[in-house]
Structure formats: C-alpha cells, structure tokens
Design a protein around this ligand. Structure first.
Ligand SMILES: CC(=O)SCCNC(=O)CCNC(=O)[C@H](O)C(C)(C)COP(=O)(O)OP(=O)(O)OC[C@H]1O[C@@H](n2cnc3c(N)ncnc32)[C@H](O)[C@@H]1OP(=O)(O)O
Length: 419
C-alpha cells in the first residue's frame, strides 16, 4: 500500500466544521471550551477549509477526517510597496493516529494546486516547528524580535510625538475593523500580509477564553493626529504580584505605525501602564523604529526568531511582481521537487527596478533550490550570505552579490499579524 493511500482530499462545508475542529484539537494538543466555538469559526477562512478523509477501513473509519488545513486569501506587500496575491496557509494539522503517512505532504500539494489555480503566486505561513517546511520549498523570509521591555524605558525624543493623542478601548470587530484594515493597508514594510478578504477577516479580533491564561480581553491602542488614526496596537495585560510587589505584564500583538512620532507615542503608552512592569512584543521587525528609539537597547531582553516562511509558487510571476534595488542579469538554475513547473534554468534580468524572468539554455551563474530564492524574496536575506553558507552554488564569481544587491530590501521584512 502506498504511504498515503486510503485517503482523499475534500473540502469542508460548514456542517463538518466540528469534525475539522476535532482534528485541530488532537493535532495542536488542546481541549477547547464550548463557549469559544464561535471565536474559532470566526478565525477560520471557512470557504478555503480542506481536509483528508479516510476512504479505506485499514486506515480508520471511512468518512472520518484525518488531517486538515485552510488558507487565507490575501495580498502581501513586496519590496517596492507593491502587493502580490498570496495564500496564507494555516490550521494545518494531522490527527496523531494518522501521522507520518504522508498526509501533510498530500495537503501541501493540495494547497499549492488550489492556490496556483486562484492566481496566488506566493504561499506564506507561520511555522509551529521551524524544521518542517523547508522540504516543501518554504524559506525563512523574515524574522522577528521577541522583546521584553521594562516599564518606562527611556527613548530618544522624536519631534511631534507629544502632540499626538491616544485612545485605549476594548478591541471590537464592529468598531475597529475598518480602522485597523485601513491603517494596515498603508504600511509599506515588505512581508506585511494584509487583512484577509472573505471569511476569516475577523481572525485578528477573536479572543477565546481558553487562550487568555489570566490575561484581560484584547484591547486596542489607537494613536491619533488631530483625530486621524496614525498607529494601532492590540494589547492585553495580566496583573501579577510577588512578595507584595506588583509586576504585571502587557502583551502586544499586532501593531503598526505610519510615522516615527506615532511609533514613539504608541510604545510610550504600551510601556507605561500602572501595575505593569514588563511589556512583551511579538511582531517586531529586526529594525523596528522602537529598537532605534530606545536609549538602552541592552535593557530590553530579546531574542530573534523566524516570522514568515515564504514559498514562491509561480516563480516568474512572483519575481516580476516586486521591485529591485539595482539592475542585474543573472542565470539561475532552480530545483523544485514539489512544483516542477518552476524547475529549470531562468534568466533574471532587471532594468530600472523591473524584472523579466525567462527560460534560457545559457549556463547557470547560480544553482539553488526554490526555497533559497523564496527566502530572499522579501529582501531580508542576502543571496550572497546563502552562497557563503554553501546553500547556493556560485558558478560565476560575483553573481551571488549581483543578485543579492538587486533583491535586498532597505527595511527588514515582517508580517505584523499572526494568521
Ligand atoms: C502552517 C501551520 O499551520 S503550522 C502548524 C503545523 N501543525 C502542527 O505542528 C500540529 C502538530 N503536528 C501535526 O499535525 C503533524 O505532525 C504535521 C502536520 C506537522 C506533519 O504531518 P504528517 O502527516 O505526519 O507529515 P508527513 O507524513 O507528510 O511528513 C512529511 C515529511 O515531514 C517530516 N516531518 C513531519 N513532521 C515533522 C516535524 N514535526 N519535524 C520534522 N519533520 C517532520 C516527516 O518526517 C516527513 O519526512 P520525509 O519526507 O523525509 O519522510
């Protein structure tokens, strides 16, 4: 019997959502509260929910779901500020009774085929475990700083910050969706994954009780410039005390600022709540304005981890969709085990910031897997550094640098919401 035989891929209609959620709880190790069900429905792009179903009794009870996945239909900002149609893969899980039979592989192929059919030339995801996705052509496209900032951390002055005002409210889809989506759509940082369209749109507002662990419900901070919103952040606090000393924490999730002053006003607010000693950030770019504005960078305890994993599904279309910093003319030989249409030799010719990507019989300057090209796509990783690591092979001296300089982004990429 073939490793993944005895299963088939199916769509998951609304009446099967509880079966879908049951697999998710098995896979992600958790028991949800009944009262949280609607939050999970709201966080799921229902019309793009897929599963593998048992068809052979040797695998289990025919008709039961063994693995699930879904994807958000969205756009991602790429270097130059343009947007590329993107599939945000999420909710991927296999029931532990069916693992290591190739079901994830089946689901990833299903995801690739359907995304390509919809014209989505890039797939992105957040990884639960970092070693899983490179085998499918995903590269670590951006990194994030997880920081713990002490209360009242001092910052360099930024003109105009004092004149801005801040509103603190309970986060509400009805009241804040348009405001947040509108501000997020004005962010130019590569890797920004825009709010999804269709179901799943309110995913960022969901707030299951079972996930709060003593935290309050999600709040939102909105910085305004004479009534015009210029920054936002989702945050929540947790009151704590030990030996009579209050040392509560504030968790900051998605945030975005349109100006340096707005960033400073936002973080001054988030790092100065009464009874809160530490503010923890999640989605902070490695060059976020906050990190430059803090006077004592070492006073912030931090670590850098992977943020977005990026996978080019349609290489020529995706490469042509972004802008480049320099002209280049480089021949790249690409391997792609999972989307064979990308494999082969391509000429990447950039003039005036625009790339033309065509097949060629010329000898390659560089040889790499699609995951390496994907890793460099948002401009956060240098192609030369991948060559220095021995992952990209350079046949013509200097070509890794030529492509690196063309593809680099002046600001570090980051996705600011966790889908
Ligand atoms: C985008 C997201 O949603 S991230 C969330 C991912 N989900 C989870 O982490 C939930 C818990 N884990 C699971 O549900 C499952 O173990 C999955 C989805 C990670 C893997 O599903 P499986 O059906 O067992 O994977 P499958 O059998 O297709 O394995 C494919 C390959 O990946 C490897 N692999 C699978 N899981 C892991 C892992 N956790 N770490 C390292 N390698 C792994 C397998 O060994 C296999 O390697 P091979 O091709 O060399 O033989």
């Amino acid at each position: 019997m073939k490793k993944s035989a005895g299963y088939r891929s199916v769509s998951v209609p609304e009446e099967r959502l509880d079966e879908f959620f049951d697999v998710v709880q098995w896979a992600f190790v958790g028991e949800w509260l009944r009262e949280d069900r609607q939050d999970y429905v709201d966080a799921l792009p229902v019309e793009r929910a897929r599963a593998v179903e048992v068809t052979d009794e040797h695998r289990g009870t025919p008709g039961t779901l063994a693995g699930v996945h879904a994807s958000f239909g969205t756009e991602m900002v790429v270097p130059g500020g343009r947007r590329v149609p993107t599939a945000g893969l999420s909710w991927l899980g296999v029931h532990p009774g069916h693992r290591r039979r190739g079901l994830m592989t089946t689901m990833i192929h299903d995801h690739f085929e359907r995304s390509l059919a919809r014209g989505e030339s890039v797939s992105v995801l957040y990884a639960m475990e970092a070693p899983i996705y490179a085998r499918f052509g995903y590269g670590m496209g951006s990194q994030t700083v997880k920081a713990e900032i002490p209360r009242g951390a001092k910052m360099w002055d930024v003109d105009g910050a004092d004149e801005l005002t801040v509103r603190l409210e309970r986060a509400s889809f009805e009241r804040h969706d348009a405001l947040v989506a509108g501000l997020q759509a004005r962010l130019s940082r590569p890797g920004t994954v825009l709010n999804a369209v269709g179901s799943g749109r309110n995913a960022r507002f969901t707030d299951p009780v079972g996930n709060r662990r003593g935290m309050e419900k999600w709040r939102i901070a909105i910085v305004e410039d004479r009534g015009e919103p210029v920054a936002y952040a989702f945050f929540r606090r947790h009151a704590r005390s030990s030996v009579g000393i209050h040392d509560g924490v504030c968790q900051v999730r998605e945030h975005g600022s349109l100006t340096p002053a707005a960033a400073q006003r936002l973080w001054q607010t988030l790092t100065d709540f009464d009874l809160v000693e530490t503010t923890m950030t999640e989605n902070l770019a490695t060059d976020d304005p906050l990190l430059h504005q803090l006077k004592d960078p070492r006073g912030v305890r931090s670590k850098v981890i992977d943020n977005l994993w990026v996978r080019l599904l349609d290489v020529p279309t995706a490469l042509a969709a972004r802008e480049y910093m320099r002209d280049c003319d480089v021949v790249v030989q690409l391997t792609d085990k999972h989307v064979p249409a990308n494999a082969g030799t391509w000429r990447i010719a950039v003039t005036g910031g625009e790339a033309t990507v065509t097949r060629t019989d010329d000898a390659p300057d560089l040889t790499m897997d699609v995951r390496h090209l994907s890793q460099c796509y948002l401009g956060g990783t240098s192609m030369e550094s991948l060559a220095a690591a021995g992952l990209v092979r350079e046949h013509t001296a200097g070509r890794a640098r030529e492509l690196a300089v063309a593809m680099l982004s002046p600001v570090a990429p980051l996705a600011n919401w966790d889908f």
